[in-house]
Design a protein around this ligand. Structure first.
Ligand SMILES: [Zn+2]
Length: 194
């Protein structure tokens, strides 16, 4: 006699057990596999400039799936050095009006940084890349599902800034939210297929 398997909660989703959700930029130099994100363990969502919008239905759906269904333990929001979208935003590059529009929630931060850094465009870009990570963490916490999971201690939020020039080595800095500083992370021990 064959028994019908009992339907478990979430049974309509295929077996798949990620424990992390990663948000980052579309930049082709960002090497996900070099960042100590073991293959098959991480949900990945990449957007231009890595910028998250609080009213984005795709983001809300992604959080529902990742946090409610898959119960990921960590959400990583990652910026990266030498970001083209950040550069366009700082330089107000007229060739890419749609990119400028997408990055426009960061205009106020950009203008403030321009006052702080004067004519040093590179310093402005580095600073804006960091501000986007901080803004993204605030955006994620604007969703109740994230706030509640973090409050229960079921979810950790982490901010990264990836050095794409050394992407092969997986070089990155990690945000210390208490100080607002990005601290270089120790070299990644690369995961190898067993
Ligand atoms: Zn980028």
């Amino acid at each position: 006699m064959t028994r019908q398997p009992k339907l478990a909660e979430g049974a309509s989703f295929p077996p798949h057990e990620p424990d992390k959700l990663y948000f980052g930029c579309i930049d082709a130099r960002v090497r996900i596999g070099k960042l100590n994100l073991k293959e098959g363990t991480t949900l990945i969502d990449r957007k231009i400039g890595g910028l998250l919008y609080p009213n984005d239905p795709e983001l809300e759906a992604t959080l529902e799936f990742a946090v409610k269904v898959k119960k990921v333990k960590e959400i990583i929001v990652s910026g990266h050095l030498d970001c083209g979208a950040v550069g366009a935003c700082v330089e107000c590059n007229p060739q890419v009006p749609k990119v400028l529009a997408y990055m426009s929630p960061m205009n106020a931060a950009r203008d403030k940084l321009a006052q702080e850094h004067g004519t040093d465009r590179d310093a402005q870009k580095r600073a804006l890349e960091k501000e986007i990570v901080k803004a993204n963490l605030a955006t994620l916490r604007s969703f109740e599902i994230v706030r509640e999971a973090e409050k229960r201690g079921d979810l950790k939020l982490t901010g990264w800034l990836i050095d794409v020039q050394n992407a092969e080595r997986g070089d990155k800095s990690v945000l210390n939210e208490a100080t607002g500083e990005f601290v270089p992370a120790p070299p990644v021990k690369q995961w190898r297929r067993a």
